[in-house]
Design a protein around this ligand. Structure first.
Ligand code: ADP
Ligand code: MG
Ligand code: ZN
Length: 732
């Protein structure tokens, strides 16, 4: 079909309302109209859909668009229907979600030649019925969207995609357009070979997204850092990607507890909730969506301002795709990934049961990810190089490595030591073992192999095993070492490694990075026990105690009922100046903060201003532990007047553990009515006596003091129980 540029622009305006083509769209469309195959490599948001939608409307027959996502298809069909107002029935989709009636409608539209665009899921295309149907239809061309799904080397391999070429043969030949937003040179070749379109015209847009800022941070205090980041960017939209559903839920909860409007999104949620959460994000009812990679394909929110990777992704293609959802409007887009090597090892473990070929691929993809995370050169350069594009400049001025260069040193000797040691242990050991040998750290395994007797043992004992582990990883990245697949993780020398040993030369390595720092499994940060005493502002603490004393007098309450000492100490460290901040202090719950907090935060605010105090930048992160299910269960059970013994048993606790929990609940400001239990557990007179003691005589909340004062008729349990009642009634 021949058409002038002017005519094409007219159609663009008429059907889509746009005045000009984006990037190479026009050339791509012209190429197709000439009947030629095309391979379109264009970043997310580049405008790939239009490359097949417009020609589909112009050409005779039906264009078949293969696309992997049902949701995405519906979106696109709706969009087209919106553009082409006069006729509602020119775009349809075929997938397993259609009922019989809908299927019939599509059939009719196809057979009467009304359908210009037919979206099909790959698995629907393979159905014999559908093939028979399509054989009766004149096909204008085939568009294979998300074409990277064809390649096992892509980040989203789908076996059904492999059959597309064969199905096209069965249905009838027509030009093919393959489109994707990510393809390494290898993946690209795979796709073209598989679709039998090695001669296709290649349209490759630059993958450089200049407005995106890339940064990798060590995954150390991740929860705290993320909350800090979000608060510093409040009012902006962001996405947080996690690898597991469980993590998604956990992080979303954590954000909510910390007063951030966030919702989860993953394939385990029912479809209603999922689309509701997605809509809330699009409508900006929430600022953050925490998601697995299931989220984002096909959604078009132009002003996502940051994308955070809570876990390092399994491949750089996935990473590029996901970060690509930031700043689609060309505005700010911060891409922050949290990385620790342990996560890579976890992913490696998951792969172990899989076929060797698949492992080989997975391992390579991970290695590329590690190389990206640990690189000390421009991240943009590494990313673009990965997609087969050379970035001409040395510095992009928009990634952490360009803005804050890392320390490097000549690691020739260190690298040789590593390679020699791997050879000395006959390539039969893993990284940790090799690192321990070099650092001279003996253990039972090393002794059992007599490796502590090696000449090389302790050759690098001036550095820690951590340091040597980092060198080993850099050797892997440099491809001087490799990990054995069959016996996963055993280090082997590569040809390149041997060559280096024979003829070493200076080579720049990076100082041991923070990334290797050990950290407890998903260790919770903040909120957790902070312990009393020390570190506080003593002057402020004295003022706070005075205030407590005055208030106690005024309210005719013992001072400790108002706030206990650890709470005041924490205030003298954190300088809370609002009720909300006050709630983050130890032992201060909602109830207490409201009831007694006002005077305290007013005093602190005044103090902070008068003394020009810089309040800690580090806000306290409330951890989910505060909401532990035990606590919730206990509160509910006491509301329902269950026996304490039963509550303890249900939760597998000792009575004194239950008491501890109840005291924590009350001390942080929740009112609990335990009268129903006291009535039967304690004699009425005794109860009154203990209560009076705390009300009038007690100088502190100490149980020992109380027992001393009350005499031997009273048990510790009784005193504790009454103290609970007392603190709950007067303190909350
Ligand atoms: P991709 O599939 O490459 O990620 P889309 O096809 O979803 O991108 O298009 C991204 C956005 O760009 C859409 O909002 C689309 O309407 C818009 N767009 C496409 N072509 C043009 C154009 N020529 N002018 C203006 N906007 C366009
Ligand atoms: Mg697309
Ligand atoms: Zn850079």
């Amino acid at each position: 079909m021949e058409i002038t540029s002017k005519e094409l622009h007219d159609h663009l305006k008429k059907f889509f309302g746009f005045d000009s083509f984006k990037g190479t769209q026009e050339a791509i469309i012209q190429n197709l109209l000439e009947g030629k195959d095309a391979f379109v490599l264009m970043p997310t948001g580049g405008g790939k859909s239009l490359c097949y939608q417009l020609p589909a409307l112009l050409l005779e027959g039906t264009a078949v668009v293969v696309s992997p996502l049902i949701a995405l298809m519906k979106n696109q069909v709706d969009a087209i229907r919106g553009f082409v107002e006069e006729d509602m029935s020119i775009a349809h989709f075929l997938n397993s979600s259609l009922n019989r009636q809908q299927l019939n409608d599509v059939r009719n539209a196809l057979l009467t030649g009304h359908t210009k665009l037919l979206y099909v899921a790959p698995e629907s295309l393979t159905k014999e019925d559908n093939i028979q149907l399509l054989r009766q239809v004149k096909i204008s061309f085939y568009a294979i969207d998300e074409a990277h799904c064809i390649s096992e080397w892509g980040h989203d391999f789908r076996p059904e995609y492999r059959r597309i070429q064969q199905l096209i043969q069965e249905i009838g030949k027509a030009p093919i357009m393959a489109l994707t937003a990510t393809a390494t040179p290898k993946v690209q070749n795979d796709i073209q070979k598989n679709l039998g379109m090695l001669d296709a015209t290649l349209f490759k847009s630059s993958f450089n997204r200049e407005n995106l800022y890339y940064e990798v941070r060590p995954k150390l205090q991740i929860d705290k850092e993320i909350i800090k980041f979000i608060k510093a960017n409040s009012g902006k939209s962001g996405i947080i990607y996690c690898l597991s559903r469980r993590k998604v839920e956990e992080v979303a909860d954590l954000l909510v507890v910390n007063d951030i409007r966030a919702l989860p999104y993953h394939a385990g949620l029912d479809s209603h909730t999922r689309s509701q959460n997605q809509d809330s994000f699009l409508m900006e009812e929430v600022e953050v969506i925490v998601a697995t990679i299931a989220f984002g394909m096909g959604i078009d929110k132009p002003d996502v301002r940051y994308v955070i990777h809570y876990d390092i992704p399994k491949s750089l293609e996935g990473y590029y795709q996901e970060t690509g959802r930031a700043g689609r409007d060309g505005g700010e887009g911060q891409c922050i990934a949290f990385y620790r090597y342990k996560d890579i090892q976890k992913l490696e473990k998951f792969m172990q049961g899989k076929p060797v070929a698949e492992q080989e691929i997975g391992k390579q993809l991970l290695l590329d990810t590690v190389a990206y995370a640990e690189t000390n050169t421009c991240r943009r350069k590494v990313l673009l190089h990965y997609f087969g594009e050379e970035y001409g400049q040395d510095s992009c001025h928009n990634c952490d490595n360009c803005l804050y260069p890392k320390v490097q040193f000549d690691g020739q000797d260190q690298l040789c030591m590593v390679l020699e040691t791997v050879e000395a242990v006959k390539q039969q050991f893993k990284a940790e073992h090799v690192a321990n040998i070099i650092a001279g750290q003996s253990n039972s395994i090393i002794k059992s192999y007599n490796h502590h007797l090696l000449d090389l043992f302790g050759i690098g004992k001036d550095k820690s095993p951590h340091f040597w582990n980092a060198i080993i990883r850099q050797a892997l990245i440099l491809k001087m070492l490799d990990k054995n697949i069959e016996h996963y993780g055993l280090l082997e020398l590569t040809e390149k490694g041997r060559a280096f040993l024979r003829d070493p030369e200076p080579i720049m390595l990076t100082e041991d990075r923070e990334f290797v720092e050990e950290e407890d499994e998903d260790g919770f940060v903040g909120g957790a026990p902070k312990g009393g005493g020390g570190g506080g502002d003593l002057e402020l603490l004295a003022l706070l105690k005075d205030l407590r004393h005055d208030m106690a007098k005024k309210l005719k309450l013992p001072a400790f009922v108002i706030f206990q000492d650890p709470s005041l100490e924490d205030m003298s460290i954190q300088y809370p100046i609002s009720i909300n901040e006050l709630k983050n202090c130890q032992g201060v719950g909602e109830g207490k903060a409201r009831k007694f907090g006002k005077e305290f935060v007013a005093l602190i605010a005044k103090y902070v201003e008068e003394n020009e105090i810089e309040r800690p930048q580090d806000m306290v992160v409330k951890s989910l532990i505060n909401k532990s299910s035990n606590k919730v269960y206990i509160i509910q059970s006491i509301d329902r007047q269950l026996q304490f013994e039963d509550i303890a048993e249900a939760k597998g606790m000792q009575m004194n553990e239950l008491f501890d929990e109840i005291e924590v609940i009350i001390n942080s400001g929740t009112k609990l009515n335990i009268d129903y239990y006291l009535e039967q557990a304690i004699d009425e007179d005794k109860l009154e006596e203990i209560f009076d003691y705390f009300r009038h005589d007690a100088a502190s909340e100490s149980i020992e003091d109380a027992l001393d004062a009350l005499g031997r008729d009273f048990s510790e349990e009784e005193v504790r129980l009454v103290r609970m009642k007392f603190l709950s009634e007067l303190g909350n």
